[in-house]
Ligand binder design. Structure first.
Ligand SMILES: [Zn+2]
Length: 314
């Protein structure tokens, strides 16, 4: 066990642990943090996703401090703020850290992320809103008011390689999947894929998702030679478990594309995704979320058009 709570170094057949996994927490009554990964080079550290709450981001910084190497690069798998809010805190500690991400955040800052601002500001003055919720709201407002720490200075526009000493990380871009642009990372040396929210336990989050592009991304990942996949939320899984996730995803979204009742689609995930449902303490939450995504996102033409990058007919 490392000296930092909630931090696990995974040794996958290498002399030295190839990366440190920091599990994102889902605190009661608060917004979640996504998982983070810290990868050590000869003289520097690289981080995949930086969390939302300062407590999460500080665990990342503690790993770098313990190894006495600066964080020189951040990769954001996508712009959702449970994965990117910590960018600013990391750069405050390590100025000049490069930011690799897709440019989808630029559209999100004008659209999805901008939509909640008025309501968020009003909630800060509402005595009925609990303080923990207000903390999350302030983090959100601070993050979107600081776009330089969300918009990449190293935009990922397709497949690219980052060198970390002898090691080469391959960055891939999935268009119109969990977001308009999702970056996923393949580390051939440790046979690991860092999938971001393309893979999420206990169910895929479709808040800004496009089923079609997402299915394609999962198919591409499945073709690779890897042993471990680190999801955006939940614990690392082996390749076979990922493949079962992919098949459950395909069946669930095919159902949502058709005209079966919502309950039938929910039942498909409950059966084919049973292993993932079991990883969450509250199956009722999972069922409600699945039904919500079928009715409120996947079957809403305007949302499909927005998240799949297609224009709505006038
Ligand atoms: Zn997330």
């Amino acid at each position: 066990m490392s000296g930092v709570a909630g931090v696990v170094a995974l040794a996958v057949g290498l002399a030295q642990a190839p990366y440190t996994f920091i599990e994102g927490q889902v605190p009661a009554n608060q917004q979640p943090d996504g998982n983070s990964i810290v990868i050590e080079g000869a003289r520097e550290m690289l981080v995949i996703d930086t969390g939302r709450h300062p407590e999460h981001t500080e665990k990342i910084i503690a790993v770098a401090r313990a190894r006495d190497k600066p964080i020189t690069a951040i990769i954001n798998t996508h712009w959702h703020l449970d994965h990117a809010t910590g960018n600013a805190r990391i750069r405050a500690a390590y100025p000049g850290a490069k930011l690799y991400a897709s440019t989808a955040v630029e559209g999100a800052l004008q659209g999805f992320l901008a939509r909640g601002v008025e309501q968020a500001k009003a909630s800060l003055d509402d005595p009925a809103v609990p303080e923990t919720r207000k903390t999350d709201t302030r983090l959100y407002l601070n993050a979107i008011n600081d776009p330089v720490n969300l918009i990449p200075d190293q935009p990922v526009r397709g497949t690219m390689t980052i060198r970390l000493g002898e090691r080469e990380l391959q960055l891939h871009l999935a268009r119109h999947a969990a977001t308009e642009g999702d970056v996923w990372v393949h580390d051939p040396a440790s046979k690991t894929v860092f999938a971001g929210d393309l893979v999420v336990v206990p169910l895929p989050f479709f808040d800004t998702g496009c089923a079609e592009g997402w299915r394609q991304a999962l198919a591409e990942i499945d073709q690779l030679d890897f042993q471990t996949l680190v999801p955006g939320h939940g614990l690392p899984m082996d390749h076979a478990t990922f493949s079962s996730y992919r098949h459950a995803f395909d069946a669930f979204t095919a159902c949502a594309d058709g005209d079966q009742p919502t309950a039938s689609c929910v039942a498909i995930w409950r059966q084919q995704g049973a292993a993932f449902v079991a990883m969450h303490p509250n199956p009722k939450y999972t069922e409600a979320a699945l039904g919500y995504y079928v009715d409120q996102v996947l079957r809403v033409p305007a949302k499909r058009a927005e998240y799949c990058g297609k224009r709505v007919a006038p």
